[in-house]
Design a protein around this ligand. Structure first.
Ligand code: ZN
Length: 350
């Protein structure tokens, strides 16, 4: 079978110092990979920023510079209506699964080279209607829609600018994942295949929600990660497929964090997969076009959970002030407390 060479393969070769001119003579080179080869020979001929923008987005007819009437017509077209319905559906699932609270959470879909559809501010994600949606340019300026766009849109747009493959983004506050984000604990790896294949998680430091600074810190991570834990806040994920896929990242992360928490409460060390087993999953991940900073690592460098301490939350300060694992027998402690209360009651009755 002939080898198929994509841009990603070429980039991988360049990163590892291999000569891209030494491709097999009969290899099938994708059009964008051919453009990159041309650029390497003739710098300036290749538009690096446009290459990864999915054709579905790049071919959409309207930009932020289009006449207002065209923007309005596009915003009210059946194509965009269908995407508005998808946003409402994802919002309903976020609310039903308790991944959002109050008016929290927001969703965006890229619908053109420099425009995106997004959720409005101050509306519960469980009860949105297609007519509530807003259209913005990539700077966050509202182009269409009667409701005001979400204040957190800047983060979604910064993700789309830094990661041109991101066609949809979802942000919410799922309790288990957010618990990890509040504790500043990166979920451990090598435990469940679903998580290894579909998620690539990093933690961004806390900044005030909705500020450009917050968006930048998240955007700094989206090159190699599709799911970002936002410290003391929540989670945001992007997808190169569609908005439902971005939402699936939430389900996968939330189920994983919950399972890890259960597994570490069961009183015995958790079993993890071997580096060779993980390597197999990473191969599948790469073929699906999902990013991961571990691609190309040697087996001995994989499954590094050095910073992960199961049960670390059970630690209490000892008398010297340092943190140690809790060793107090809770039954003995409760008994002593009951005894102390009984003694006080008896003393008061005397
Ligand atoms: Zn939020």
């Amino acid at each position: 079978m002939k080898q198929v060479i994509s841009v990603r393969d070429l980039e991988e070769m360049l990163r590892s110092g291999k000569d891209v001119r030494a491709l097999p003579a009969d290899a099938l080179v994708t059009p964008s990979a051919r453009d990159l080869l041309r650029e390497l020979e003739n710098p300036g001929s290749y538009k690096a920023t446009a290459r990864e923008v999915p054709a579905t987005v790049a071919n959409m007819p309207v930009t932020s510079k289009s006449p207002k009437s065209e923007i309005e017509a596009y915003f009210n077209s059946p194509t965009v209506h269908e995407l508005k319905v998808q946003i409402c559906e994802v919002g309903r699932r976020l609310w039903q699964r308790e991944y959002v609270d109050g008016n929290g959470g927001n969703i965006a879909i890229r619908v053109g080279e420099d425009i995106a559809l997004c959720t409005p501010t101050l509306v519960s994600k469980g009860f949105m209607k297609p007519e509530d949606m807003c259209l913005v340019d990539l700077e966050g300026n509202q182009l269409a829609g009667t409701k005001k766009r979400t204040s957190e849109i800047l983060m979604h747009l910064q993700i789309m600018k830094r990661q041109p493959r991101a066609v949809a983004t979802v942000h919410c506050h799922p309790p288990y994942s957010t618990g990890f984000a509040v504790a500043g604990v990166q979920p451990p790896t090598c435990m469940i295949p679903e998580y290894e294949v579909f998620s690539s998680v990093a933690i961004a430091p806390y900044r005030t929600p909705g500020t450009p600074e917050m968006g930048k810190l998240v955007a700094d991570l989206v090159d190699k990660h599709n799911t970002i834990l936002m410290a003391n806040h929540g989670v945001v994920a992007w997808s190169h497929n569609n908005v439902e896929d971005a939402y699936f990242k939430m389900e996968i992360l939330e189920a994983y964090c919950r399972t890890v928490l259960v597994a570490t409460q069961l009183g015995k060390p958790v079993n993890t997969m071997t580096p060779a087993q993980l390597q197999d999953l990473l191969k599948i991940k790469q073929s699906l076009g999902i990013p991961d900073p571990r691609f190309g690592l040697k087996e001995c460098e994989l499954c590094d959970n050095d910073e992960w301490r199961p049960g670390v939350t059970c630690a209490v300060p000892n008398e010297a002030g340092s943190r140690t694992q809790a060793v107090v027998n809770p039954d003995a402690e409760a008994e002593a407390l009951v005894q102390a209360i009984t003694d006080q009651i008896m003393a008061a009755r005397k």
